[in-house]
Design a protein. Structure first.
Length: 372
């Protein structure tokens, strides 16, 4: 299982992603004590300012691992029961009937059957895998909208169910993680963001990770270019955005170095207890937002290469930004990568994303970074 850190191959693979159409990519790859940090392309297409590996980035649903870890801390302290119905904690948000059937675990692993609220909050966006009637108008309409979590949760809870509680495959839904944020507030008496910061971010010693306090990313960062399947041409910068539309589900700002530190500590049993980590790694089949069925645990999912062992982590997207953070189960090999373009694929006549050179280039970078 020897995977040498080949700096030349990593640099070339990063450049290939840039040449394929992504303005900028930056990443950190670790193999034992060896570290490669690299970047290719630009942080700003207007000025040509280059991306660097230390930039802050909106990491999207990578936030879910942090939220799940904070919930597991409360499970360890006895304030939350993994298999306790959510209705016992939040009876007004998930009314009796459904609230009695949906457990905390089902929220964490997306088997609650609760629908995604996003198409209801952003009416011009249609769900994958078919996007025939989609449009990007809602992205601009809500650039500075301040959502309250309860109103988004209500959209998801009152929408038609996408499955029965505990049924598999589950269906990935941000509604689940907004409810987990509300649960953290209920049991800790602080905001979800404060709870996650104290019990996870500070515990892991992450100095460059935190939740936004406004629509701006205050530290040096790349602009985030959204193409919305070719309908925004040229792609538009959405780095200034009110992230209350996802809150503790996907609003975290971090760096690739901090993400590798976090996942390395998590898999070493240093963020949550080893027994809690074992719970996080119990997977069920879940249909992703892209329409693929993946194995999903409690805020974690695995990736496996032939003969290379299992990696654990999470991916994330926001408007204009994408992130993937993966750490091998033994902790030795790690990847955290960020890109500043999203939804580069055009759509075919049926509204399905078409293959794009970026897809192959990014997959090749992941391959080199994770498996050598």
């Amino acid at each position: 299982m020897k995977n040498p850190l080949d700096s030349a191959a990593l640099n070339a693979a990063a450049e290939d992603v840039h040449r394929a159409g992504v303005p900028g990519l930056f990443a950190e790859v670790r193999d034992g004590d060896r570290i490669w940090r690299g970047a290719a392309g630009v942080a700003d297409v207007a000025t040509g300012r280059p991306v660097t590996a230390d930039l802050r980035h909106r990491v999207g649903s990578v936030t879910k691992t942090f939220t799940a870890a904070a919930v597991l801390h409360q499970v360890e302290s006895g304030r939350i029961g993994l298999d306790t119905p959510i209705g016992r904690y939040l009876p007004t948000l998930v009314p009796r009937g459904r609230g009695d059937l949906i457990t905390v675990r089902m929220l964490l692993n997306h088997t609650s059957g609760l629908a995604e609220y996003l198409p209801y909050a952003y009416p011009s966006l249609k769900a994958l895998p078919a996007l025939a009637d989609t449009g990007p108008e809602s992205l601009d309409d809500h650039r500075l909208t301040r959502f309250h979590p309860a109103e988004l949760i209500e959209l998801g809870v009152t929408a038609p169910a996408v499955g029965i509680p505990g049924g598999t495959p589950g269906v990935y839904s941000n509604t689940n993680y907004l409810l987990l944020g509300a649960l953290l507030e209920q049991v800790t008496g602080t905001t979800a963001e404060q709870s996650i910061t104290r019990s996870v971010i500070e515990r892991a010693g992450l100095r460059d990770t935190g939740f936004p306090t406004g629509p701006d990313i205050d530290e040096p960062h790349a602009k985030l270019y959204e193409a919305w399947f070719g309908m925004i041409d040229p792609p538009r910068d959405y780095s200034v955005y009110d992230m209350s539309w996802v809150g503790p589900s996907a609003s975290l700002i971090s760096t690739v170095a901090d993400l590798n530190r976090f996942y390395g500590m998590l898999l070493a049993g240093e963020v949550v207890s080893p027994s809690s980590l074992a719970q996080m790694q119990r997977t069920v089949p879940v249909v992703s937002q892209e329409g693929r069925t993946i194995d999903y645990g409690l805020g974690l999912h695995p990736m496996e290469g032939p003969g290379q062992g299992v990696f654990w982590g999470h991916g994330g997207t926001v408007w204009g930004g994408g992130t993937l953070a993966m750490t091998r189960a033994d902790g030795r090999r790690q990847l955290a990568v960020a890109v500043n373009l999203q939804r580069w694929n055009g759509l075919d006549s049926s509204g399905r994303p078409q293959p794009h050179p970026v897809d192959d280039a990014l997959a090749a970078f992941h391959q080199v970074a994770m498996y050598g």
